[in-house]
Ligand binder design. Sequence first.
Ligand code: DGY
Length: 321
Amino acid sequence: MGKLRVLVTNSGLQQVAIEMLKERYDVDVCPELPFPSRQQILQRISGSDAVLWFSKEKVDSEMLDKAGPNLKVLATMSAGYDHIDVKELKKRGIKFGNTPNVLNAAVAEVAVLLCLATARRLHEGRITIENNTWVPHQLKNLIGQDIQGSTVGIVGFGGIGQAIAKRLIPFEVGQIIYSGHSPKLQAKEYGAEFVPFDQLLRQSDFVIVACPLTEETREMFDEEAFNKMKPNAVLVNVARGGIVDQPALLKALKEGKIFGAGLDVMTPEPLPTDSPLLSLPNCVLLPHIGSATTKTHTAMAVLAAKNIIAALEDKPMPAPV
Ligand code: DGY
C-alpha cells in the first residue's frame, strides 16, 4: 500500500511540522506565495487523506467534494474555526482538530498592546509628530485613559480571555467582569465577576472581545451596543472582525460615543486601503497578528501535525473539535 497523502495549504508552515509529516506520509505543499487562492487549493486537494489547513479560505461542501472520499482528517492551524463547516465535516465522518491554548499568551499580549496603544493614543501621537503638530506643555494634549483602577470587561472568558485577565491584573485594574454563556470556575483565580453582556457594556472602561465568531456573536457589537458603552470606553478586538458591526463602530468612533478602538481583526481581511477606519485617529489597527510569534506559530503547526498523525493512526487527537 502506498503512503497516505497529506496536503499542506501554506508553504510558510514551520519546517518542523512538515518534517513530522514527511517522516510518515507523502506531503504535498501548496507552493504559491504568499498563499494559494481558493482555486489553487481546489486544484490540489483531490485525493488527499489529510489536510493541514492554514488559510482564511472556507472549508465547505465544494472543497470537501473536491477533496473526495479519501479525506479522513482536516487540521486547521488556528484556534478559531468560523471558516470551517464543521457540520459538513462531521456529516461526512471527517475528523477535525484545531490549535487552541498554545496561542493564548501571544494573543493576550496583543490584547494588552492594543489596550495600552488605544488608551494612550499611540497612533494619534505618532501622527502629531509626523505632521509637526506636537504642541509641548499643552495640558490638553493627547490625554488618555488609565488602565490602573479601570473596569475591564472581557467578552468570552475562555483560555484567551483568562490569559488577558492574568496579564492585566499587574496593571492594578480596579475590577474584571466578563460575559459569556455561563460563569467559569476559573474566574475566581482572577477575581472576575460574571455579568450579563448589557451590564458589561455599561460598566466597562475597557471592553475586550475574546469570544469565538458564531451565529450568536456575529455583529453583537451593533449600534445599540455602542450606545450603551461609556464615552471613555476603549474597545479591543482580538477575536474576529465579524463580531463587530463595522459601520456601527465607525459611527461610534466618529461621534465620540466611545473613546477608541484597537483592532487586530476586522472585516474584510486584508482591510482595503481606502477603508474609513484607516482615517480615524482613535483607531489602532494591526493586521491580524495575534498568534504571530515564532514560538506560537511553531507550537500551532506542531499541534496541527499531531492532530493529523493521531487521526490517521486512529488514536485520539490532542486537540479535537
Ligand atoms: C486563531 O488561531 O484563530 C487566530 O486568530 C489566528 O488565525
